[in-house]
Write a protein that binds this ligand. Sequence first.
Ligand code: NAD
Ligand code: IPM
Ligand code: MN
Length: 627
Amino acid sequence: MPTPPTTKSVAVLPGDGIGPEVVDAALAAVERLDLPLDLRFGDIGWDCWRQEGDPVPQRTWKLLEETDTCLLGAITSKPLRETEDELVPELRGTGLHYVSPVIQLRQRLGLYANIRPVTDLDDGRFDFTVIRENTEGLYAGLDLHGLDGALWEAVRHHPNAAASGPEHTSVTLRLQTRFGIDRLLRFGFEHARARGKSLLTLVDKPMVLRNSSNHLRERLELIAGEYPGIETEILNVDAVALWMVRRPERFGVLVAENMFGDILSDLGAGVMGGLGLAPSGNIGDHGSYFEPVHGSAPSMAGQDRANPMAMLLTVAQLLDHLGLTVPGEELRAAVRGVARARTTVTYDLGGTAGTREVAGAVAGALAEAPRSAAPRAAAARDAAARSAAASVDGAAGDGGTAADEVVDRLARLDTASVSDALDSLGLPGVLAGLAARVPGARTAGRAYTVTYRPVEDTGSGFRNAANYLDEVPAGSFVVVDNGGSTDCTNWGSLLTAVARSRGARGTALFGSARDIAEIRAAGYPLFSTGVTMVSGKNRVELAATGRDITIGEVTIRPGDVVVADDNGVLVVPAGRAAEVADRAERVEATEAAIARAVADGTRLDEARRTFGYAKPWEGPARGTGDA
Ligand code: NAD
Ligand code: IPM
Ligand code: MN
C-alpha cells in the first residue's frame, strides 16, 4: 500500500573527475522540485585511496548505513601499477590492497541488480533495460596472476599454460551460483512485470561457456514458470550487441552476467546518444545506490563540458526508487524536452553549452511544467500550454503550489481508496468501462481533453486527427472522447511515443486502442474502453481540445485530476482534489492499521470496530504517527 511522503535521507558521494560537477549541477536543477530529501555529503574515491589508503573510508560506510539511499558521482580507478605508485609515501609498500569502490559498494551491500535503462529520448522508439548481475560473474574477485595448487592443476594441460609455466599464467573465474542467479532472474522478471514488458532476454554464450550457460538456462526455465505472462529467450552476447544497434526496439528486459552487462550497458548508452545520457541504479534487498553509467572522464574534468543529463536521469531513477514517481517523471520529461530541442546541449549532443547551462535549461523546463509553483507564469511563457495551464489555475480551488502537490499525493494512492473517498463525499468519479491495457501502471495527471467526431469517409485519405499531441503540456493526462466506440481506434504506438516524449502521464480513451503489444513494451499507462485494429484515421476527425467530456455520469473538465491504476480510471474535480486526497490517505491508514492488528492476532471484526472501518475516511491523518 503506498505510504504518504516522508523525508528520506540520501548520502551524496560526488567522487572524482566530472563526478562533483555533474552532481552539483543536477542537484541545483532539482531544487525547485522541493523534494522531501535530506542530503548528506560524504567522501569516496581516488583521493581517499591516495591519502588514507582506503577509497571507501569507514566514515563513508557509516554514512551509508545511516541513510536511505545514495547518489554517487563517479570515481577514478587506475591499473595495478599506478595504484601503488600514487599512494602517499608513508603508505607505500604497506600491503594495502585496492578494490574499486563501486565494486565494494555493490558486493558488500549485496546490491545484486544493476538497472541500466536504455531509452530513446527523442521519439520513444526504444525503451528497454539492461539488468546486470552485480556481485559475482567475472567481477567476483577471483583474478590471479601466478597459479598454484588446484587452479594450476585445472589449467596445466592447456598447451599454452604448459608452455608458460604456473608463474606466467593468469586466470579469471566467472563465478555463477544458484543463489546469485535465482535472485537476479526473479528481479528481472519482476522488473519486466512492473514495467509491462513481455520479453525477457537472457544474454549469455551457451555454445562456448557450455556448462555454466546450461546452469543459467536450467534456472531460467524453472523460474520462468513463475511468470507465465513473460516470454523468455537466450541470445548470444555478440548477437545482442548487433541487435541492440540494429533493432533496439525489439528488447524489453535484458538480464546479463556482470561483465557482459558492463559492456552492453555502455553500448546501450551509445545507442541512446552517448554516456552523457545513461543512468543506473544498483539495487539489493536492503539497500541501493544510484550513479550514471559513465565514469570520471578525467580528461574533461573541471572544464564545465560534461553532459549532466545522465546524472539528472539518475536522480529521476533514485526518486522512483524512493516512491517519488511523480517528480521523477517530471524530471525525465524536462530532460527529454531539453535533449530533443537541441538548443542547450553539451558537445556530445552536437551543442556548445556547458554543464551548468544544460542543468539550468532543465530547471527552466521544470518551472514551465504544469506542476510548477507558478502556473500563471508558465501559461504566459508558453502559448502552447496556455489553455491547459490556465484552466488548472482557474478551476483548482487548491490553487498555486498546493494544486501541484495534490497530483503527487493522488498518484501515490490506490484508486480503490480514492474511490472510497469520492463515495464519502457523494461525488461521482469512476470512468465506467475503461480498463488498464498496460498492467502495473499507476499514475495521475491533469486532464487534457480531446474530443473526436465521426465523418463520412470522403476517400480523401487520413486526417491527421492526432496532431493535437504537439500541444499537450508535460504532466498532462490525455483524456480522449470518441463516444466509447469500439469500431475504430484513436490511439496506437506512434501516439504513445509522441505522448511519452511530451511528458504525458497517461491516456484515458473513451474509445479503442491498437498496437497493444508495443504500448506494453513501452510501459506507457494506457486505459481504454476497447481494443480493435481498425484505423480511425478516415472515420473520425478532431472536433475540439479543452472541452468538457462526459462519460456515463461523470464530467471531466480540463485540469481535473485523473487517477488510474490496474483497477481502472477515476476523475477528481480540481476544486475537491485536496479534500479527496486527504480522505483517501485516511482510508489507507485505517486499512493498514486493521491489517497490522490482524497480523498481531486481533480478530478481524474487533480490529474493524477499533479502527472505525465503517468510516475509514475519518481515520488517522497522514503523518500523525498513529497510522
Ligand atoms: P568514462 O565513462 O569516464 O569516459 C569515457 C568517455 O565517455 C569520455 O572520454 C567521454 O568522451 C565520454 N563521457 C563520459 N561521461 C560523459 C559525460 N557526462 N558527458 C559527455 N561525455 C561523457 O570511462 P573511462 O574513460 O573508461 O574511465 C575513466 C575513469 O572512470 C577510470 O578511472 C574508470 O575506472 C572510471 N570509471 C568509473 C565509473 C564509475 O564511477 N561508476 C564508471 C566507469 C569508469
Ligand atoms: C561501471 C564501471 C565499473 C564497472 C568500473 C568503474 C569498476 O565501468 O559502473 O560500469 O566495470 O562495473
Ligand atoms: Mn562500465
